[in-house]
Design a protein around this ligand. Structure first.
Ligand code: MTE
Ligand code: MOS
Length: 763
């Protein structure tokens, strides 16, 4: 596969669903309309902690348009949601309240307004409990238990080498504590589902979602029916970024229960406030980081303690804990590492998956440490990174050794070249602006690996007209994976991309492929498409060889034609080959699986083979800061990533730009404010996310160090830029101001307040 000449790989291909999306033809869940459709709206707790004393729905039911009110006891199944053990989250709370956004009842009515009115009319009495709002309080001896098992959600260690010996060898120690805040996904489209009873005992749920099979599992369980009675169809999804896994399961289950009970379609579409308060956030973190190095810059030891604030429920905290743990030491060759990572329950909105999955937080800490170490050593920051950078054959923090596709040094080379040629002002001041340049290196494990089984199913069907229909169990939430899958099939079958159609995920017709997370689609999903297409190609090859009266090995396919390798003028349109193959009874459809090798590691120490590949990256960011306002302007941002092989260059750039902007928001702007356990800025007027006006000038440089575990050598790029951009930003601010900010976000107010080597900036 490594040496084949590729016709469409690496090129710029337009999103196959781009036209539908930009013309507004694409149907999102909230656009759906069915005869008799009703609307659901949840009554939320409104207090962060307490015991429910009363839920009286009589007044709500008196509202003429209200059709039904669902309470916990009306849920036929276990009334539980949650992706992983411990399954600790009720669908509707009946006893204890653990965060303000917790749903207590669902009101279903003819209009959304009436449903909302009904929700407010429910009389709820809650005996308040003193909320536990900080992990330290939760961890105190004798603290009230938020869950029966205690206040620790998940706690793990990574032990490599001998940490004490490592620090004895160190000639220099850098030690700091870092903090990062919660972050909201802020997708354009808030969560929405529409459940439609089918009359045959089945229910179809159209959902804005990320992992339709999770959704199906939750809905079936809460309906108390076999999974085969539930059909989930992914509607076009206006962004998810890790955020729609839990919430789609919650509102999907509620809508399905209501619709089955009433025999009518039920839609639940969140408002922005519900989306912020009632669905998962990025974990806030506190990271204590101690780095030991020799005078020549060789890092010999890292000791890291991470506390994640996971909020009220476990959600995907176990995955985030593992990812933080595994990535905390950065992309470096360090012989002695000790990391402890603990996720803690608090009475706040629960935290879960968010683009990067725990990696942006720890990368901010590790890359700040690298710059601090460089400045103590009076060494160039990029030189220090290069000196310690992982190379092929080196052991990662988990002791895993990759012989191939470790392109970190190449990404550093690319950035070094740009640094030399770049004529932007840096480390320079004028009356108004302070200038600074920051670097970061990072790695991000691709696909589930350590976190669980890693299987994707894909089906490829060639019609008699030579067109191709693809089904993959992974969703496109905007990242462009449908286009990537189309390209992979087109490449294998020798058809043009416009001849390939990729269906929206429908759980009735594709194989369960697990969750669409961890940047796994291109790598693991692409491999499944590759295999399925290669199987179908065998039939076409056999047929074409009969038609040409030549050996199968002499036949090739390109641009919708079969031809002979030695004589390109002998061509048969693919549709003729496909039709003949059909009439000869050669199979034209295949369902194939890509199964990544199981992770193999020690759960006590996290030593072993954890991921099938890593994406590596180096970023450089130039900024200038307005002394009078603290405003930061990004002048240049270059992101160089080793992504194995580019499949769609336009898609890669889109992912790098979008991911970097999320990283920039995380590092500079976004801050969930709360008072007494209540979020006070649950809207986009007060919670600032980067808008199109804040776009940063990101340039993408692709390093292609072939990855044997991905389709055509590719590795995912969906999440990695977040960590790279956020960390480079923090280092650029430190370079410009001379102040090391140990807390994200570093807002313009923070910068103004901090002063620094240049005196008060406002002077
Ligand atoms: N890009 C867009 N436009 N919308 C999204 O919701 N999700 C991100 C990333 N890029 C997302 C996105 C997250 S969290 C992940 S894990 C990956 O895409 C998943 O897609 P991939 O497997 O195709 O990389
Ligand atoms: Mo992405 S956070 O892995 O869904």
């Amino acid at each position: 596969m490594g040496n084949v000449k590729l016709s469409s790989m690496g090129k710029r291909v337009r999103k196959i669903d781009g036209v539908e999306l930009v013309t507004g033809r694409a149907k999102f869940a909230g656009d759906m309309k069915f005869p008799g459709m009703l609307y659901g709206y949840a009554r939320r707790a409104g207090v962060p902690a307490g015991i429910i004393k009363k839920r009286d729905v009589r007044t709500a039911l008196k509202i003429p348009e209200v059709a039904m009110v669902l309470l916990a006891e009306d849920i036929p199944g276990p009334n539980i949601i949650g992706i992983l053990p411990p399954f600790d989250q009720p669908l509707l709370a009946a006893e204890e309240i653990r965060y303000e956004g917790e749903s207590i009842a669902l009101v279903v009515a003819k209009t959304k307004t009436a449903a909302k009115e009904g929700a407010l009319a429910i009389e709820v009495e809650i005996d308040p409990l003193e909320p536990i709002l900080e992990p330290d309080e939760a961890l105190k001896k004798g603290a009230r238990k938020i869950h029966p098992a205690g206040n620790i959600t998940y706690s793990k260690k990574l032990i490599k080498g001998d940490i004490d010996k490592g620090f004895k060898e160190a000639e220099l120690v850098v030690e700091n504590t870092y903090h990062t805040s919660f972050q909201e996904h802020a997708y354009l489209e808030p969560e929405a589902v529409c459940a439609v009873p089918c009359g045959d005992g089945r229910v179809t749920v159209y959902a804005s979602c990320q992992s339709p099979f999770h959704l199906r599992g939750h809905i079936a369980a809460n309906l108390s029916v076999p999974a085969s009675r539930v059909r989930v169809v992914q509607a076009y999804t206006g962004g998810s970024f890790g955020g729609k896994d839990d919430v789609a399961a919650e509102i999907g289950s509620l809508a399905a229960v209501a619709s089955v009970k009433l025999g009518l379609p039920v839609m639940i579409a969140h408002e922005r406030e519900e989306s912020i308060k009632g669905s998962n956030l990025r974990h806030a973190s506190r990271i204590h980081y101690k780095t030991g190095a020799r005078r020549d810059g060789t890092i010999v030891a890292c000791k890291i303690e991470i506390i994640l604030d996971g909020g009220a429920y476990s959600s995907e905290s176990p995955f985030v804990t593992m990812k933080s743990l595994i990535h905390a030491a950065g992309p470096y060759r360090i012989p002695n590492i000790l990391v402890e990572c603990t996720s803690v329950y608090t009475n706040k909105t629960y935290c879960g998956a968010f683009r990067g999955f725990g990696v942006p937080q720890v990368t901010f800490a590790s890359e700040s440490q690298m710059d601090e170490l460089a400045s103590r050593l009076k060494m160039d920051p990029l030189k220090l990174r290069r000196k310690n950078a992982l190379k092929p054959g080196d052991a990662t923090a988990t002791g895993q050794v990759f012989e191939r596709s470790v392109g970190l040094l190449q990404t550093i080379d690319k950035i070094e070249e740009r640094r030399k040629s770049s004529d932007l002002p840096r480390d320079r001041e004028d009356d108004r602006w302070l200038y600074g340049r920051g670097f970061s290196c990072m790695l991000q494990g691709i696909s589930n690996g350590a976190e669980g089984i890693d299987v994707v199913g894909a089906s490829v069907q060639v019609s008699q007209d030579g067109s191709v229909l693809l089904g993959v169990g992974l969703t496109d939430m905007g990242q462009g994976s449908r286009t990537v899958f189309a390209q992979v099939a087109a490449e294998v079958l020798g058809v043009t991309v416009d001849r390939v159609t990729v269906r929206q995920v429908d759980t009735d017709s594709v194989h369960d492929s697990g969750p669409t997370v961890a940047s796994r689609s291109t790598t693991v999903g692409g491999m499944a498409v590759f295999k399925a297409a290669a199987e179908v190609k065998k039939s076409l090859q056999k047929m074409a060889s009969l038609m040409f009266k030549a050996g199968e090995e002499q036949v090739s396919f390109k641009n919708n034609f079969a031809s002979l390798k030695q004589d390109d003028s002998a061509r048969i349109p693919l549709r003729e080959v496909a039709a003949a193959a059909y009439w000869s009874g050669f199979p034209l459809m295949n369902l194939a699986f890509s199964r990544a090798p199981d992770a193999d590691f020690d759960h006590e120490t996290h030593q072993g083979d954890i991921y099938i590949a890593y994406n590596f990256g180096t970023h450089m960011m130039d900024i200038r800061i307005d002394r009078f306002t603290g405003r930061v302007q990004v002048l240049q941002h270059i992101a160089s990533h080793d992504l194995g092989r580019v499949i769609n260059l336009t898609g890669v750039e889109g992912q790098v730009e979008g991911g970097s902007l999320i990283g920039f928001g995380f590092a500079h702007m976004e801050k969930i404010e709360s008072e007494g356990g209540s979020i006070t800025n649950a809207n986009f007027a007060d919670y600032a996310v980067p808008t199109v006006k804040d776009r940063i000038p990101t340039e993408t440089i692709c390093v292609e160090d072939y990855n044997p575990t991905g389709a055509f050598g590719a590795k995912g790029i969906g999440e990695p830029p977040v960590a790279g951009a956020a960390s480079a930003f923090a280092n650029a601010v430190a370079a410009a101001t001379g102040v090391r900010f140990t807390k994200l976000p570093i807002t313009k107010e923070d910068i103004l307040k901090a002063g620094g080597k240049h005196g008060r900036y406002s002077h």
